[in-house]
Design a protein. Structure first.
Length: 158
């Protein structure tokens, strides 16, 4: 011990670790890996891609060549954001007048009655527009922090 300038406790620890088989497989301290891309680069890639590819993480990963797990990690940390865009009706003055004319067509004032009477509309067939429209009413987008939500409107929403 004196030759190596070690204390008795150090020698005892070395001797004890030699007797323990787990010391042969001691774990090294884990260091986090350095990321390949910085956040600004990922933001540039996400914002540069087409908006139709922002609807799922898988399509966004394919469009930007960034792994899906990396995008998920940034989403969970709050750096990327998930936003929901709703289709809003485009109501011009012409549309408002057309709707008012349609409503007034079904209101009648019988002779000798003081109030108005609505049609029962038993002879009117309403067709569901969802069969004909090719848009989704609600769409989810994955966006970069500085990217704005798209405004989507249509002449007839429902």
């Amino acid at each position: 011990m004196a030759t190596f300038k070690l204390g008795s406790t150090v020698v005892w620890e070395v001797w004890r670790s030699r007797m323990d088989a787990r010391a042969l497989f001691a774990e090294r301290p884990r260091k986090p890996k350095k990321t390949k891309r910085i956040k600004d680069e990922i933001a540039r890639l996400v914002a540069g891609g087409p908006l139709c590819d922002h609807q799922s993480l898988e399509s966004l990963a394919n469009a930007t060549a960034v792994p899906k797990t990396t995008l998920w990690r940034h989403l969970k940390s709050g750096w990327l954001r998930r936003a929901v865009s709703y289709v809003t009706p485009t109501l011009t003055m012409e549309h408002k007048e057309h709707r008012l004319r349609y409503c007034l067509m079904h209101v009648h004032r019988p002779i000798g009655v003081s109030g108005f009477k609505m049609d029962h509309m038993y002879d009117v067939v309403h067709i569901d527009e969802k069969l004909f429209n090719m848009y989704k009413g609600v769409t989810r987008y994955y966006l970069a922090p500085d990217e704005g939500l798209p405004y989507r409107s249509t002449p007839n929403k429902r």
